[in-house]
Design a protein around this ligand. Structure first.
Ligand code: ADP
Ligand code: MG
Ligand code: MG
Length: 246
């Protein structure tokens, strides 16, 4: 059994069927890319894994290390090591980056991390991601550029050390330099204790993060699966020729 096992998953949003029977396996230590055209349901799958209440699971299962996540609240999923970096990160006015991360870390760990240890880890991770010290006191995502939001997502991941990371369009809106910093950040966190699902519309990020498998979603189903070479093929041929498989 894979660490993450998604079977026949159907999800409804606002009364429409968006996911129409998704099957996906992901083991810790592996990186999977989920690709597909806009509107195919990639973010819907990410939200379903994380437990967003607007995404109504009407059938199938999402098992993480044998536990059915569908029955669990989002914070319980986070305690099991599940992390979602959202396509459109939300602003949290009045909550500093420092407090946000400390609260998130203490909520997902049994024991609170001592403040000094927390701050020294945080500063080290920020330096790795080229995030300036002045961000410590800034409100979460407020006035952050696209690139800063994405680097902050990877900072959260670095601090929380999830076992399953779902990165939804972490590459969107990034220039090449930011893309490299973010990709290096992800690569640094990759290892035997982390399974990563990279969701992307473009193949660009996959030049820096080589996936073990590539899956393509179209109209709420996975219509093609392969190795990293599938991403190269999509770069050349686009998505259109895959639509006949749907
Ligand atoms: P992708 O991430 O692949 O671009 P999404 O999962 O965002 O696709 O969207 C899949 C489909 O579901 C689209 O047709 C979109 O309009 C619809 N959808 C997604 N989220 C919502 C929502 N919160 N309310 C209404 N429709 C939604
Ligand atoms: Mg989209
Ligand atoms: Mg999306």
């Amino acid at each position: 059994m894979a660490d993450l096992e998604i079977r026949d998953l159907t999800v409804e949003v606002d009364g429409s069927d968006i996911l129409r029977g998704v099957n996906l396996d992901l083991d810790k230590g592996k990186t999977l890319a989920l690709m597909g055209p806009n509107g195919s349901g990639k973010s819907t799958l990410a939200y379903a894994i994380a437990g967003h209440p607007a995404y109504d699971i009407t059938g199938g299962t999402i098992r993480w290390q044998g536990t059915d996540l569908v029955e669990l609240a989002p914070d319980d999923r986070a305690r099991l090591g599940v992390f979602l970096a959202m396509q459109y990160p939300v602003e949290v006015p009045g909550v500093s980056l420092t407090n946000f991360l400390r609260t998130a870390l203490n909520a997902t760990n049994e024991q609170d991390v001592p403040i000094r240890e927390f701050m020294s880890r945080l500063r080290a991770e920020m330096a790795e991601l080229s995030i300036e010290e002045s961000f410590l006191q800034r409100s979460v995502n407020e006035g952050f550029s696209g690139g800063e939001k994405k680097r902050f997502e990877i900072l959260q991941m670095a601090m929380l050390k999830p076992q399953l990371a779902v990165l939804d369009e972490t590459d969107s809106g990034l220039d090449v330099d930011a893309l490299k910093v973010v990709s290096e950040g992800v690569n640094r966190l990759t290892g035997p204790d982390l399974g990563t699902l990279i969701i992307t519309h473009y193949t660009r990020i996959l030049r820096y993060i080589r996936p073990d498998e590539v899956h393509v979603m179209f109209e709420g189903r996975i219509v093609a699966s392969g190795g990293a070479e599938l991403a190269d093929e999509l770069e050349e041929r686009g998505y259109d020729h895959l639509k006949t498989n749907a």
